[in-house]
Design a protein around this ligand. Structure first.
Ligand code: HEC
Length: 211
């Protein structure tokens, strides 16, 4: 048997390092070199200065930054009091079917631009929005047979803004619609089903159209 291996835990005094081991440099990890205090101090100072700058500059109040809107612009308007944006309501509720230009989709969704239902009796238009329409409906010489959903969930003022928007957009030049008209129409007609096409709507417009 030879002498025990130098790394074995066989006990006894550790063998003296060989000349080859003495020549080796220490591993780099064996020396801990902390960041110099000056560098650490500068880094901390920069973070603090940045935070202080953001807090002091009130970036949310500066209209010149970002998309130029101020806090006042972003505060939601109080429902019913401030002007309601008919175009915004139209984009949110109607564009999917009737298209942004009010052109509709040929054969599927009737146009609002130039439609006799839009520019005619405002009470009929309000009724269409409140209750929806189903069945045959002639619009600008073409008969549509689709299903228009009811929008009774919107407030009177919102429906009035919508009606006003479609009556005054594109080539339409009919008058504005007041929230009172929508309110009266909502009270007067308590139906729960959509109108059955143009015949029923036409009867609604009937004699009382001449006001
Ligand atoms: C899901 C699709 C759809 C949405 C959303 C929709 N409509 Fe309609 N709308 C129709 C269809 C379909 C008809 C035709 C109904 C028929 O054939 O009986 C119609 C008919 C109409 C009419 C009468 C016909 C005409 O072209 O003038 C008006 C006015 C109208 N819609 C306005 C609106 C407004 C305003 C909105 C948004 C609040 C709206 N619609 C949302 C599908 C839709």
């Amino acid at each position: 048997m030879n002498a025990p291996h130098p790394l074995s835990a066989a006990g006894g005094p550790a063998p003296a390092p060989t000349p080859a081991q003495l020549r080796e440099e220490a591993d780099p990890t064996e020396r801990v070199q902390p960041i110099p205090l000056v560098v650490a101090g500068v880094a901390v100072a920069m973070v603090l200065a940045g935070a202080a700058y953001i807090l002091a500059s009130e970036p949310f109040g500066m209209a010149g930054l970002g998309d130029q809107r101020t806090v006042a612009d972003l505060r939601p308007a109080e429902r019913g009091t401030a002007a309601i944006d008919g175009k915004q309501l139209f984009t949110a509720n109607c564009v999917a079917c009737h298209q942004a230009g009010g052109t509709g989709v040929p054969g599927v969704f009737p146009p609002l631009d130039g439609s006799e239902w839009v520019t005619g009796d405002a009470r009929v238009l309000a009724s269409i929005l409140l209750h929806g329409v189903e069945g045959e409906l002639p619009v600008r010489g073409t008969v549509y047979k689709g299903s228009m959903p009811a929008f009774a969930q919107l407030a009177d003022a919102e429906l009035a803004a919508l009606a006003t928007y479609v009556r005054t957009s594109w080539s339409n030049q009919a008058g504005a619609v007041a929230a009172e008209l929508v309110e009266a129409e909502r009270k007067q007609n308590a139906r729960t089903k959509p109108f059955n096409g143009g015949a029923e709507l036409g009867a609604l417009a009937g004699p009382s159209t001449q006001r």
